[in-house]
Design a protein around this ligand. Structure first.
Ligand code: CCH
Length: 286
């Protein structure tokens, strides 16, 4: 058990669990990034509902959403950290884990602030269907991300997270990784999107995705229909080109936008203290 508020100790223990030789590509990192994103990405700006406060994925309504299939692996990985640092809220732990994982996989440093509550406010619960569907196109992506308050540029920057991890047939129905080294954060996703020819493929389960096969690669690489929508849309595409050509710019923009993502729905005063976490049932601490 660490001292309450010792986030450095928590960060260290998250970093230590990333190496998982038996899991996927040997790292828990990508699925932890996805947990941070899905816990935050239910936010709706207009109604101020959803978001990471409340760690709703612990319960069936949100945790059992088919869009969240597979994220139980991420939550289980983090249980040992929660057991050791029981003072941290799940909402803080899940968002911090994504931030630490990006950094440990050679990505940028992302600013992160504590203070999320695990108190579940029923009036803030998001309905299912708030997360994006990879089978769709640019209109759908805009509908989902504008609802959270993101711009076209921010949407493209965030999508660069698909440089990490892979699709699992038994989770989303899609299959494969976007890049050859899916446990190292970089702008390869954008570079491959532009430089390779992507061919439509219908998988045995009927799911439609796009693939490319390089002779010297270990496996066929993939793109979701939503990924390639970034290429065909005239407002998204210039950002894909920029990030493909300028890794530093991508890292800086990704860091800023991911920090914004994990803050959705968290209200703070000028000192950074959270204002909307007053119901302290979930172990709120300042
Ligand atoms: Fe994503 N993502 N994502 N994604 N995602 C999937 C996997 C990851 C969409 C669909 C999918 C973001 C945006 C989108 C990650 C981070 C982010 C999968 C495969 C699908 C499908 C799931 C499976 O089968 O396990 C769609 C659609 C959008 C937007 O339109 C954003 C934004 C982020 C983070 C900033 C990461 C990381 C993964 C890999 C997870 C793993 O388990 O390896």
């Amino acid at each position: 058990m660490s001292k309450s508020g010792d986030y450095a100790a928590v960060r260290k223990d998250i970093a230590a669990l990333l190496k998982q030789p038996e899991y996927d590509d040997g790292s828990a990192g990508p699925v932890l990034v996805r947990l941070a994103w899905h816990s935050s990405g239910t936010y709706d700006h207009d109604t101020d509902t959803g978001g990471s406060n409340g760690a709703g994925m612990r319960y069936e309504t949100e945790g059992g959403d088919p869009a969240n299939a597979g994220l139980q692996h991420a939550r289980v990985f983090l249980e040992s950290v929660k057991a050791k640092h029981s003072w941290i809220t799940y909402a803080d732990l899940w968002t911090l884990a994504g931030v630490v994982a990006v950094k440990e996989m050679d990505g940028p440093e992302i600013k992160w602030k504590a203070g999320r509550t695990d108190y579940v406010d029923d009036s803030k619960l998001p309905p299912r269907g708030r997360l994006p569907d990879g089978a769709q196109g640019a209109d759908h992506i805009r509908f989902i991300f504008y609802r959270m308050g993101f711009s076209d540029q921010e949407i493209v920057a965030l999508s660069g997270a698909h440089n990490l991890g892979r699709c699992h047939s038994d989770r989303s129905g899609f299959h494969g990784a976007w890049v050859n080294n899916p446990t190292r954060f970089s702008n390869t996703y954008f570079r491959l999107m532009l430089s390779r020819s992507w061919k439509e493929k219908v998988l045995d389960n009927g799911v439609r995705q796009f693939v490319h096969y390089d002779e010297d690669a270990e496996e066929e690489l993939m793109m979701l229909p939503t990924d390639l929508a970034l290429l065909s849309d005239p407002s998204f595409r210039p950002w894909v080109e920029l990030y493909a050509n300028d890794k530093e710019r991508f890292f800086a923009d990704f860091a800023r936008v991911f920090a914004k993502l994990v803050e959705l729905g968290i209200e703070r005063d000028a000192t950074g203290k959270v204002l909307n976490a007053d119901n302290m049932l979930g172990g709120y601490h300042s």
